[in-house]
Design a protein around this ligand. Structure first.
Ligand SMILES: [Zn+2]
Length: 324
């Protein structure tokens, strides 16, 4: 496929490899008018692919826009779909060889080892953007509904933006539980707003979630003046529920074994309802049952069946007031 003329592909980080190849990490840049600059990041974890597909959908939408109505892109859009290229190439969550979680390496250092340098280069590239959306896809173990996770330290600024993102859940995390070495925390701390979107499951693409988030991102960009107000964007129809430490219940395995779900992900469940069982591969017995502690929404569900005692199998959010 030939490269589209709509976007410029630029290298924002490069390093020489031991056998003289160069590793290059790239972004796609769609340049319009002198309005706000926004960015979308994916693939910081090499086993998470949902963000790559959201970037594809946004690129396809922008390419069409620039062909049919080039004056309607009022700002600049940067897509960083595959930040952890080594991890994506080798189906590894962290940075291979360095055995480092790249999202624990921020803000990084331009003179440190590779993970620090890559983190520093991404920070430099993103700093000053009007908005960054960092897309994650859970991991291979748990499936998540489309959501935004926000550190309460930055909720005044970020919650109103998150409400426009067409997602189903806004999960507010208390400052004490927040990891300070993530790209989002590092960017927010230095004044570049960054929202963390989390959805789907590792190693898979959930197209309907990706389309939902794409529509939300376009709506936010239109609000911000990145897109002209008269441009037709996909409809947004999702309203986010709010979760925080007070209404999220964690269900951890009481025994090791194989988790067999009995309820479907993203459904309403009743207090005491059977969500799944843990069974033995050696014997016919059920080792333990997993039941919902509250009336609520089953928003996280175990995808990978093997569990150890204490493994997370599900999260249920009790509805705050009103609907149950
Ligand atoms: Zn991730």
């Amino acid at each position: 496929m030939s490269e589209t003329i709509a976007a410029k592909t630029e290298t924002f980080f490069t390093i020489e490899m031991p056998y003289r190849e160069r590793m290059e990490t790239r972004r796609a840049v769609f340049t319009g008018g002198d309005g706000p600059r926004v960015a979308v990041v994916g693939g910081i974890h090499g086993d998470e692919l949902e963000g790559l597909y959201v970037c594809h959908l946004l690129a396809a939408w922008l390419e069409k826009l620039l062909l049919t109505s080039p004056g309607s892109l009022l700002g600049t859009v940067e897509l960083y779909p595959a930040v952890n290229t080594l991890g994506l190439d080798t189906l590894t969550r962290g940075l291979p060889v360095f055995d480092t979680d790249l999202n624990r390496a921020f803000p990084g250092s331009a003179s440190g080892p590779l993970p620090d340098r890559l983190a520093a280069a991404l920070m430099t590239a993103l700093s000053g953007a009007a908005l960054v959306v960092d897309i994650h896809a859970s991991n291979i173990y748990l499936r998540e509904i489309p959501q935004v996770r926000i550190n309460q330290e930055f909720d005044d600024l970020l919650v109103p933006i998150a409400r426009r993102m067409n997602l189903d859940l806004i999960w507010l995390h208390s400052a004490a539980t927040v990891l300070e070495t993530t790209v989002a925390h590092s960017l927010n701390s230095c004044g570049t707003p960054c929202l963390v979107a989390e959805m789907g499951v590792g190693m898979r693409i959930t197209p309907e979630y990706c389309e939902q988030l794409m529509a939300g991102i376009l709506a936010v960009w239109q609000d911000m003046g990145v897109l002209a107000p008269d441009v037709t964007i996909p409809k947004t129809s999702h309203t986010a529920m709010i979760a925080d430490d007070s209404n999220v219940h964690y269900l951890n395995a009481q025994t090791s074994g194989m988790f067999i779900p009995a309820a479907s992900h993203w459904t309403d469940v009743r207090r005491g309802e059977l969500l799944g069982t843990i069974v033995s591969p050696f014997r016919g017995e059920t080792l333990s049952e997993v039941r919902s502690p509250v009336d609520g929404v089953l928003f996280t569900l175990r995808e990978y069946p093997l569990v150890y005692e204490g493994s997370l199998m599900a999260r249920v959010m009790a509805r705050k007031g009103g609907r149950s």
